[in-house]
Write a protein that binds this ligand. Structure first.
Ligand SMILES: *Cc1c(COP(=O)(O)O)cnc(C)c1O
Length: 435
């Protein structure tokens, strides 16, 4: 399978090049040259397969022989080694929990698969890969834990000192091995500026093989299709034949993967894009005018995105047919006040604690059902993170009921390992050059 740029379909590269370039020079995004359809024999019997088996089928169809079969199978078994259960709330409402991986967020699927794909392509005595990431919280943890112990790679994470949650900081700073955390005396924007400068610095690029492993990488998108198929398999065991998915959306990678799964043959009735007040896509579907805007901080901060980078992929999947996009995707936005009320409502109604991002997807399913008077339509909203990552957003009595999973409790005994640096490029560069 070759990959083209959404800006220029004649530009074709191998999977390996798409993974290491991350983005084509023309600033488009990589997409598979054709969308394979899974056989109806496989879809009809999907309930017989488990998550790694389903992942292998889907990845084989998408990648064809870019990675040898047996290698791909082992890579997936190693990358996707945790569950993604569908939990029933009532007869037509389910939640797909994507937070059972090491960083307790759905980004683990993308980061773990991408790190192993990179390591595979690096095997034949190529130089060590240096991954630089700036994080405001969630991405850094998934990337750090995704690359932890992966051969031929080294990760340097920059985060703003004092500005990530306690659990996020534990996930960034207690790893050791091939992971280094740097606390920058500054803001997230300072961290991002330092990383950008490093990529543009000639001397650094001569000495180190730098990559950003960022969220638009095609190797992060592909594994996110796996759990949509696997959710359908779980529901099919309960007699459900068609599903509506509601997805908390920021950069629109998660829902983009769902739409890719749909184009590959997954029986989906409807996608619901749920956003906070950073509502570029809901406004676009209403008005037909695509207008990005600077992001506004909200409780669901991993969705504070004013210019969703994966939207071009979605338009590409629908051959830029706006009517087709509007038919398949309904979009709703919610304020912080509504989000908080949503978190309380799920708790009161189902005794279920959902993180703010997840609560927005729940609110969107409720609104969709009431607008369309389809109370018995099977809807699944995606839970993108464990609530313990955002304790400060919950009312105290709810916060007290959040159970902290074992993988985080274990981190609490580990010493914090981090370097403190000023937000100064020369200081950062000197730090990188010494290794
Ligand atoms: C990244 C993230 C999102 C947004 O996902 P996109 O793929 O960027 O749309 C939603 N929720 C959580 C918890 C996240 O970390």
């Amino acid at each position: 399978m070759e990959f083209y740029s959404t800006q220029n379909k004649n530009l074709r590269v191998s999977f390996k090049d798409a993974v290491f370039n991350s983005m084509p020079l023309d600033k488009g995004l990589y997409m598979p040259e054709s969308i394979p359809r899974l056989s109806s024999r496989f879809i009809d019997q999907i309930e017989k397969y488990n998550l790694p088996e389903i992942a292998f089928e889907v990845a084989s169809a998408l990648l064809q022989n870019e990675i040898p079969s047996e290698t791909l199978r082992k890579l997936i078994e190693d990358a996707v080694n945790f569950e993604a259960p569908v939990v029933k709330l009532d007869n037509s409402t389910y939640v797909l929990e994507l937070f059972h991986g090491p960083s307790l967020a759905f980004k683990d699927f993308g980061a773990r698969f991408m790190s192993r794909v990179m390591s595979y392509f690096l095997q034949a005595d190529e130089p060590l890969l240096d991954v630089l990431v700036a994080t405001s919280g969630d991405t850094g943890g998934a990337v750090a834990l995704g690359f932890l112990g992966v051969p031929n790679t080294r990760v340097t994470i920059l985060y703003p000192k004092g500005k990530v949650s306690p659990i996020q900081e534990l996930q960034l700073t207690t790893n050791g091995q091939n992971i280094r955390a740097i606390e920058i005396e500054g803001t997230f924007d300072d961290c991002q500026a330092l990383v950008k400068q490093a990529f543009a610095d000639e001397e650094l690029n001569l000495k180190l093989r730098l990559t950003s492993a960022n969220s638009i990488n095609i190797a992060r998108l592909i594994p996110q299709t796996f759990y949509y198929f696997n959710a359908y398999a779980q529901l099919k065991r309960k007699g459900v034949e068609q599903v509506t998915f509601a997805v908390p959306s920021g950069n629109f990678g998660n829902i983009g993967a769902g739409l890719l799964a749909y184009r590959m043959g997954l029986p989906v009735k409807q996608f619901i894009a749920a956003t906070n007040v950073n509502d570029t896509v809901p406004r676009y579907l209403e008005s037909g005018i695509y207008q990005t805007k600077p992001s506004v901080p909200t409780y669901a901060n991993a969705m504070d995105v004013g210019a969703p980078s994966n939207w071009v992929r979605i338009m590409d999947l629908f051959h830029n047919d706006m009517e087709a996009v509007k038919t398949m995707i309904k979009a709703y936005r919610f304020t912080d006040e509504e989000t908080l009320n949503g978190m309380k409502a799920i708790f009161d109604k189902y005794n279920y604690i959902a993180c703010p991002h997840t609560a927005i997807a729940y609110l969107a399913t409720e609104r969709y059902k009431s607008e369309n008077k389809t109370n018995d339509e099977t809807t699944v909203f995606l839970s993108t993170a464990h609530p313990c990552k955002f304790p400060e957003v919950f009312p105290v009595e709810m916060a007290a009921k959040i159970e902290v999973p074992a993988q985080v409790r274990d981190l609490m005994h580990k010493p914090k390992q981090s370097e403190q640096l000023a937000a100064d490029f020369n200081v950062f560069k000197a730090y990188l050059m010494q290794f």
